[in-house]
Design a binder for this molecule. Structure first.
Ligand SMILES: Nc1nc2c(ncn2[C@@H]2O[C@H](COP(=O)(O)OP(=O)(O)O)[C@@H](O)[C@H]2O)c(=O)[nH]1
Ligand SMILES: Nc1ncnc2c1ncn2[C@@H]1O[C@H](COP(=O)(O)OP(=O)(O)O)[C@@H](O)[C@H]1O
Length: 204
């Protein structure tokens, strides 16, 4: 049987730069983990493509997926549903490939329960004022949504304890480098590879 891949979860408060860091990681040619495209009921933003950025669904379609247990996790975030299709994650892990999720904090906590052996990374803003600055300069949200997201962000930062690693997103390139280093280190952990080497010694 093939060794299962590693489930990598990147989470953190809205506006910290999860999407930006994730895109930067996947723009590097030597990235060998697979991005799991999420489903959402949020309307596409300008330039977003269905099946690339998200699978865009109606509320009814999304609720049907929940009913059919087709999501590994899901959350309602600032008025919209977001969720991870379970089939892709299971299939990819069973092929021995690593899967990368970029999701908000409520969803990450659900994944932790289902996959305690996953690798959970919390992306941290340099400061709260810088976080607000990023949400404002992105310019995709109204003032009401910004205030709501800041309130949620403070609660989210308090959930940092549930993660294995905390990465500061001061500069995108530095944050990417830290995440890649963490994944590399995780693959070298003795408890993860002990079984493989035991098998190797039995064969030889
Ligand atoms: N729980 C969960 N959160 C998700 C999923 N996909 C995206 N998100 C998170 O939903 C939040 C809102 O995403 P989005 O509307 O694209 O805005 P932005 O990431 O803040 O620009 C972000 O924190 C995403 O990381 C998912 O499948 N499950
Ligand atoms: N390291 C960084 N330094 C400065 N700005 C950043 C950095 N990372 C992300 N940003 C900016 O912050 C805003 C929010 O980033 P985004 O990736 O949409 O966050 P999230 O996916 O966590 O909600 C964007 O305008 C993005 O360009």
């Amino acid at each position: 049987m093939k060794e299962r891949g590693l489930l990598i979860v990147l989470s953190g408060p809205s506006g910290v730069g999860k999407g930006t860091v994730r895109k930067a990681i996947f723009s590097q040619n030597d990235t060998d983990f697979q991005y799991s495209i999420s489903m959402t009921t949020r309307k596409p933003r300008e330039g977003e493509v269905d099946g690339v950025d998200y699978f865009f669904k109606s509320k009814e379609e999304f609720e049907q997926l929940i009913k059919e247990d087709r999501l590994l996790e899901w959350a309602e975030f600032v008025g919209n549903y977001y969720g991870t299709p379970i089939d892709y994650v299971e299939k990819t892990l069973s092929e021995g490939r690593d899967v990368f999720l970029e999701i908000e904090v409520q969803g990450a906590l659900q994944v932790r329960k289902a996959f305690p052996e996953g690798l959970f990374i919390f992306l941290m803003p340099p400061s709260l004022s810088e976080l607000k600055n990023r949400i404002v300069t992105r310019g995709t949200e109204t003032q009401d949504i910004i205030n709501n997201r800041m309130k949620v962000a403070k609660e989210e930062i308090e959930m940092m304890d549930a993660y294995d690693y905390v990465v500061e997103n001061d500069h995108v390139d530095l944050a990417c480098g830290r995440i890649r280093a963490i994944v590399t280190a995780e693959h070298c952990r003795r408890d993860r590879i002990a079984l493989r080497y035991k098998k190797m010694l039995e064969v030889e």
